[in-house]
Write a protein that binds this ligand. Structure first.
Ligand SMILES: NC(=O)c1ccc[n+]([C@@H]2O[C@H](COP(=O)([O-])OP(=O)(O)OC[C@H]3O[C@@H](n4cnc5c(N)ncnc54)[C@H](OP(=O)(O)O)[C@@H]3O)[C@@H](O)[C@H]2O)c1
Length: 265
């Protein structure tokens, strides 16, 4: 399958890196266009991908076209390609470009709107995908399979999409703060900075993977490492006193509130 990126910035590069890293796609089968040709030659070239001067070239040369320009540029850049895209699978990763918006822009094109997060670059992403799409059954299976090679694909209705986007999209910032702070604590007690971050990061990966593979309730996972009168429960009590859980719930509330304000403005 030839994969074409219209826009080759942070998200498109993260997706390309994940696909290449997981050997889900060959760089020589991936095309990209962007605004700045010199930069594109570097970013696509260094990955062994094919840089294209025009978005139309990308659309014509690809089986799957990934729309990855900024949301306010989608209509201007992708709209004029409606004739070519009628025969192509189109995947929008642009926020705000859901099923209805894409359907209006590209009538008759088989399309699907999704929102990936940046850990897709290392094959550990999350893709929040809309329930509604206009791909055929085979096309859906093909694109779902491709995305699943680099991400957990969560297909959700509109009522759940916002909170899911907060966990997947804002979560990496919250998790990075946790990682940094846990590292600070360990450095305070003599561990080197590099080792502290490395251990904290792997602990987070491992804990997440343990949950995904076993489905054990997070509370039970916490209980499993807290022995009576032990050291871990002392740390857990300190986190409770500091209000860690309430702080995280408040953080999600704040994101949702800010999203609503941004949508209104
Ligand atoms: N970053 C994230 O975490 C994230 C998460 C979920 C969804 N998204 C979505 O992904 C999309 C891209 O975001 P981003 O963060 O990757 O933005 P970005 O880094 O600014 O990338 C935008 C890309 O669009 C290119 N572009 C601009 N004008 C163009 C034109 N006329 N024709 C073709 N390409 C053009 C830019 O080229 P130049 O670099 O040459 O200017 C750049 O490669 C957005 O719609 C966003 O909502 C991003």
């Amino acid at each position: 399958m030839k994969i074409g990126f219209i826009g080759f910035g942070n998200m498109a590069q993260a997706m390309a890196d994940g696909l290449i890293g997981r050997q889900a796609a060959q760089p020589a089968d991936m095309l990209a266009c962007a605004h700045d040709w010199e930069k594109l030659q570097r970013t696509a070239g260094q990955r062994g991908m094919i840089p294209c001067r025009m978005a139309r070239e990308v659309a014509e040369g690809s089986d799957l076209v990934i729309v990855a320009v900024k949301p306010w540029m989608v209509a201007e850049v992708v709209g004029p390609l409606a004739d070519v895209l009628r025969g192509k699978m189109t995947l929008s990763v642009a926020s705000g470009w859901g099923f209805d918006e894409m359907e209006a822009l590209l009538p008759g094109a088989p399309h699907w709107s999704v929102l990936p997060n940046t850990p897709i670059a290392v094959g550990e992403g999350i893709v929040i995908a809309e329930e509604r799409h206009s791909l055929s059954r085979e096309q859906y299976a093909q694109v779902h399979g491709l995305l699943s090679s680099v991400a957990l694909v969560e297909v959700l209705g509109p009522k759940q999409a916002s909170a899911a986007g907060t966990v997947a999209g804002c979560g990496p910032a919250f998790a990075s703060m946790f990682l940094e702070a846990l590292g600070d604590g360990a450095v305070r007690h003599g561990l080197t900075r590099a080792a502290a971050y490395r251990l904290a990061a792997q602990m987070m990966v491992g804990t997440g993977r343990l949950y995904l593979q076993t489905g054990t309730h997070p509370g039970a996972m916490k209980d499993a490492v807290c022995s009576p009168g032990g050291t871990t429960i002392a740390g857990v009590a300190a986190l409770e006193r500091a209000g860690m859980r309430a702080a995280l719930i408040d953080a999600v509330d704040a994101v949702e509130q800010r999203s609503a304000e941004v949508k209104k403005s």
